[in-house]
Design a protein around this ligand. Structure first.
Ligand SMILES: *Cc1c(COP(=O)(O)O)cnc(C)c1O
Length: 227
């Protein structure tokens, strides 16, 4: 086995253990392989090991790799910040966008989604710890933004995404994730049909899965350190 294959199998074992520990089906947690700053050859390698879902942060880099990997059946997720001038390419090339925090961006993505494609799946990014260094909305703004986005025809609101501040221990990690999980439930109670909690990275995926993560975003533990 090569390194990427070994790493993937190790991550699958971690997901399975974390899910089983809280009586969840391991298949209810999707593994998003974050391939930013890694070459197309690494993605091809992971694909050969069975990975089908990849996340990229930088548009030009992502489009380049998509070109090189056209022969593969990959589901591409955009997990970077989205400026207005990038919405068209994102709407045309990706299946998901995780970092929506403005209605204006959501409207552009919806308008620019090619009609022959299924609606673009989107998550609203929540800045759960109110960090000035991070994008995302406060939970207090969530109901209004979700109601603005939900009816747009070219996109489909799937749920919430967040990157909490690093914490010392699993209990503290779970506290932040639990607030996101409650917020998703509350959206559902308000009649917004969403099912995705995009939470959990290499260092906190167990806590995220315990609080209901349906999608973990893992880079370093699959592809190694980035330069
Ligand atoms: C880079 C990145 C990840 C992956 O982080 P690792 O620490 O390498 O697992 C996950 N989510 C987002 C939004 C990222 O930018």
């Amino acid at each position: 086995m090569n390194n990427i294959e070994k790493n993937l199998s190790h991550i699958h074992a971690r997901i399975a253990a974390a899910a089983t520990a809280c009586n969840r089906d391991p298949d209810s947690v999707l593994l998003l392989a974050v391939s930013k700053k890694k070459p197309a050859a690494d993605i091809r390698n992971a694909y050969t090991s069975g990975q089908r879902t990849f996340g990229e942060n930088y548009l030009q880099e992502a489009l380049q790799k998509m070109q090189e990997l056209q022969d593969l059946d990959i589901s591409w997720h955009f997990i970077g910040a989205i400026q207005s001038n990038k919405t068209r390419s994102i709407a045309e090339a990706f299946d998901w966008a995780h970092c929506i925090d403005r209605a204006k961006i959501a409207r552009r993505l919806s308008e620019q989604r090619p009609p022959q494609l299924a609606p673009l799946n989107v998550c609203i990014q929540v800045n759960i710890d109110h960090e000035t260094s991070k994008a995302g909305i406060d939970l207090a703004e969530l109901p209004e933004l979700a109601r603005a986005i939900d009816p747009l025809p070219g996109i489909r609101l799937r749920g919430l995404m967040s990157i909490p501040a690093p914490r010392e221990n699993v209990a503290a990690q779970r506290e932040a994730f639990a607030r996101l999980s409650d917020a998703l439930k509350s959206l559902r109670q308000q009649g917004i049909d969403c099912d995705t909690l995009s939470i959990g990275m290499t260092g906190d995926m167990e806590a995220a899965i315990a609080e209901g993560s349906t999608l973990v975003r893992i880079g370093t533990a699959i592809f190694g350190e980035r330069n």
